[in-house]
Structures are given as C-alpha cells and as structure tokens.
Design a protein around this ligand. Structure first.
Ligand SMILES: [Ca+2]
Ligand SMILES: [Ca+2]
Length: 80
C-alpha cells in the first residue's frame, strides 16, 4: 500500500513536469507563455505567429498550445 502511494506520487511528479516541459519559455512560471516570454526565447515569433499558436485566443499559450508549437518546430523543445 505504501509503495503504491509512493509510486503514484512519483508518477504525478513526472507527469507534472512532462505537462509543462517548456518551463524555460515560461519565464515567470505562471503556467502560461506570453508573447513576450515566447519572443525572449524565440525572437522569430511575431504577434501573428503567436496568435496562430494561441488556439483559444486567451492571449497566452498554455502547455498544450506550447506542445503544439514545439511539434510544429516553431518553439524549441526544452525538455532534456
Ligand atoms: Ca508566464
Ligand atoms: Ca491560449
């Protein structure tokens, strides 16, 4: 039982970091990547590109949107 709990804790931690591998992009660690934060890492990202990445148009990229940008090769994959 104890081992089971420990394993799920480890799994939750691993999943948490995998969900936001782009912590370098998220400079203030609030869980969202703004245009400014994105440009700090990838100056090529214009407001136009950013808004195309911001699928739900809330003005920032969440982990899913960042992952999509990374898959598209627009943002670097920072997980190492
Ligand atoms: Ca942020
Ligand atoms: Ca968004």
């Amino acid at each position: 039982m104890k081992t089971y709990l420990a394993m799920s804790a480890i799994l939750a931690t691993a999943m948490g970091s995998a969900a936001f591998a782009a912590t370098e992009l998220d400079a203030n660690a609030d869980g969202m990547v703004t245009l400014e934060e994105a440009q700090a890492q990838v100056p090529e990202i214009t407001a136009e590109i950013f808004s195309s990445l911001d699928v739900n148009a809330d003005g920032a990229l969440d982990s899913e949107e960042v992952a999509a940008a990374q898959d598209a090769g627009i943002m670097p994959k920072t997980s190492g």
